[in-house]
Write a protein that binds this ligand. Sequence first.
Ligand code: SAH
Length: 222
Amino acid sequence: MIRYKGLIIEDSYRAQGLRSKLVQEITRKGISDRRVLEAIGKIPRHYFLDSSFMEFAYSDKPFPIGEGQTISQPYTVAFQSQLLQVEPGHKVLEIGTGSGYQAIVLLEMGAKVYSIERVKALYDKAKEFLPLLGYKPKLYYGDGYKGLPRLAPFDRIIVTAAAPDIPQGLLSQLSDNGIMVIPVGDSNGVQVMKTIHKDSNGVFTEKEHGQFRFVPMLEDKK
Ligand code: SAH
């Protein structure tokens, strides 16, 4: 149970039941990475939504989190997490903190998470709220296109907003044997989920993994 802004938020049996059904649903849809499924099964997604409607939190759908942004659909979170092939101890850079849910999934998988958000109100909320849940990802308010050059390289980079193309600045922050997962394409239409592997000689290989729909990755306005 946690207290936040005068509200008491708890993980009821009902929430736990709905969550295990959600895990079954995304398993049926093709997610097989045990650690991804365990993380989704463990984290109370309803904590990350403003709505108190439990059905919304545990249906496999995206949901508004304010500021015109959305928390990704659970299947999409799971799919990106699975593609990322996170190992415990990996340094992972996330672009688009949003609600913080994806960051917490990665923390549960044993990663050290660095996450950037460019909407100040969302950054502020995540900074205040996530520690109440007992999680402390390293959060940054800034432009994801730039990444975090001073903290690079990263073993894994995950972009959770639609990018018009693969940001070269981010690619240069990927370590050898690193993997980047990113939805690329027109922000008004659909995007293609891509992985970019960098091998031990620094050679990049790109693969495609189907179509998804994300909110756009915003250009820096500062
Ligand atoms: N990972 C989030 C989903 C985020 S939706 C979650 O689990 O809830 C995409 C997020 O990317 C939004 O919060 C949006 O504000 C943020 N974003 C968009 N452009 C960005 C940029 N250039 N740098 C950092 N964050 C950005």
